[in-house]
Design a protein around this ligand. Structure first.
Ligand code: ATP
Ligand code: MN
Length: 538
């Protein structure tokens, strides 16, 4: 076997059962970029970022994500359609098969870690089949120093083999691709999919198990940033609601854009980079993300204007989920190390394509718990012609698909934090539609959303008048500096206010129906925060 690059003298791939021809250890971003170009697996855009196609998969494949049911997970994991069990023997056999597939190949290995707070550091070793997937890991995970690489041993291993195809009939998978998490062997095994997000969210799932279960630390699907006075803000939300966009703020230090832990006195990033959506990216609206597209960054599934190397960010023809991955220090005011103190403001982001929820509202503790457990967003329906009705998603804790434990475990931890820190303000932000549902109204201007969030963080809403939303009960400010007062009450923005009332009532019913499954575990106080469903004669 030939080996190149920097590694610990004791590190051996044979310990993992691998017998490869060439191993490149911990290459620099420049080296990984040139290797990718040499292999014809990518191109540089006109800003010098590496652009690749992730292949058949341009998003995660939740139905092919399995967790090994073993002594560690059997009684603790919330088994079901989110956490799909698989037997240890099935994993072992598939692992050996992937190793056999890797035999004689050229691989890229990277030592990295998760959790910026040294107390919770989790060392990771990733073995990739392509250099660009290894660049992704360099950008997204935390980067050890050269000295640390010499000595660190992995806690977890990711073995990623996109070119391997499982045979469902023999291998026990659903189809050719799979991501399997094994807590006993501490391995994430990925086959058949080159979508890099499987690795990132694979580790997120591991931490969502380990931190609450073993350390009583709340793991969160949120972004985080910090003001000049050290005040930390968290932004929870499902995909596309604005975590990455809104946490990139020139006036605040970025802690992280997607995954964090809240330990007593510390909010820390799990990752060392960002994974931003690129669809419709513009320099004017998102200058920081725009400027991060440079050498060392990885563009996924974008298209160039014909005959050029200029990205056409409006092109969603490969996928709407076009992405750019970059190390966090590509954002000028990123905080390193990436952690701060207890949060002062928490924002729940929802992209409500029905246009019902107010653009900003203040939540009581009970409402905060209710909305955290609900985890609502409504997406614009698929791109099929004629389908205009938005689709509701309720995803507990704003990240149900990433949670190995029952959602109430995370909700209990959040409830405890809110009880202990009564000075934390919780806000609900609708980054979605205003003036009508999708098709009639329009998306909230990013400028106004930013202004509302800034006002909340600066304490400028402490003394303004509020009114309660008639259905959801949340408190809507009557004025916000820099924002037209007319948009603050969503009902006023609809031309047909009766239509608003009917839609609001419909949405309230959906909230109540969704909450049914958690109602038994929720106390009176939380249940009292449910929206009021009215008998409206249509
Ligand atoms: P993921 O979990 O998939 O990473 P995310 O929560 O980080 O998702 P973003 O990448 O921030 O989501 O995506 C929000 C998208 O919505 C961006 O493309 C942004 O430009 C767009 N957008 C439009 N209007 C707004 C608004 N008012 N507030 C926030 N984002 C907006
Ligand atoms: Mn994001």
């Amino acid at each position: 076997m030939q080996e190149f690059g920097k590694k610990s003298p004791t590190a051996k791939l044979s310990d993992l059962g691998l017998d490869v021809a060439v191993a490149h250890w911990n290459l620099s971003p420049e080296e990984l970029t040139s290797k990718t170009l040499e292999l014809g697996q990518g191109e540089l855009n006109d800003a010098g970022a590496l652009s690749v196609s992730t292949g058949k998969f341009t998003g995660r494949s939740p139905k092919d994500k399995f967790t090994v049911k073993d002594a560690i997970t059997e009684k603790s994991v919330d088994w079901g359609d989110v956490n799909i069990p698989i037997a240890p023997e099935v994993f072992d056999a598939l692992y050996d098969k992937v190793c056999a597939y890797m035999k004689g190949k050229e691989v890229w290995v990277r030592d990295a870690y998760a959790c910026a707070d040294p107390k919770y550091r989790l060392n990771i070793r990733v073995i990739n089949e392509t250099p660009w997937a290894n660049l992704f890991c360099n950008d997204l995970f935390l980067r050890p120093t050269a000295a640390e690489i010499e000595t660190q041993t992995p806690d977890w291993v990711i073995l990623q083999a996109p070119g391997f195809q499982a045979d469902p009939a023999v291998d026990g998978t659903r189809q050719a691709n799979f991501t399997i998490v094994n807590f006993t062997r501490k391995v994430i095994l990925i086959g058949g999919s080159g979508y890099t997000g499987e690795m990132k969210k694979g580790i997120f799932g591991v931490l969502n198990f380990l931190l609450p279960h073993e350390h009583k630390v709340l793991s969160m699907h949120c972004s985080a940033n910090e003001g000049k006075d050290g005040d930390v803000a968290l932004f929870f939300g499902l995909s596309g609601t604005g975590k990455t966009t809104l946490s990139a703020d020139p006036n605040r230090a970025l802690i992280g854009d997607d995954e964090h832990g809240w330990a007593e006195g510390s909010v820390f990033n799990f990752e060392g980079g960002c994974y931003a959506k690129c669809i419709d990216l513009s320099e004017e609206k998102e200058p920081q993300i725009w400027a991060a597209v440079k050498p060392g960054a990885l563009l996924e599934n974008i298209k160039f204007f014909p005959g050029t190397k200029t990205v056409d960010y409006t092109d969603g023809s490969i996928t709407e989920n076009t992405r750019v991955a970059y190390p966090i220090d590509f954002i000028p005011n990123a905080k390193e190390p990436s952690y701060g103190g207890n949060p002062k403001n928490i924002f729940f982001l929802t992209c409500d394509a029905f246009g019902i929820l107010p653009p900003i509202s203040k939540l009581t503790k009970a409402q905060a718990m209710y909305h955290f457990i609900s985890g609502y967003t409504a997406k614009v329906a698929g791109t099929e012609v004629g389908v205009t009705e938005p689709q509701t998603t309720f995803s507990a804790c704003f990240g149900r698909v990433f949670l190995p434990l029952h959602p109430t475990k995370y909700a209990e931890l959040l409830g405890k934090k809110l009880d202990e820190h009564t000075d934390v303000n919780v806000w609900l932000i609708n980054t979605g539609w205003s003036g009508g549902s999708y098709g009639v109204g329009s998306r909230m201007s990013l400028k106004y959303t930013r202004a509302m969030i800034t006002a909340a963080m600066k304490g400028e809403l402490n003394d303004v008048a509020f009114e309660a939303h008639p259905v959801f009960g949340v408190l809507m400010p009557k004025s916000v500096p820099g924002v037209p007062a007319e948009i603050l009450n969503p009902r006023q923005t609809w031309a047909d206010q009766d239509a608003y009332d009917r839609k609001a009532n419909e949405l309230a019913q959906l909230f109540v129906k969704n909450f049914d499954k958690y109602a038994a575990q929720a106390n009176e106080e939380i249940l009292s925060a449910a929206p009021t469903v009215m008998d409206i004669v249509a």
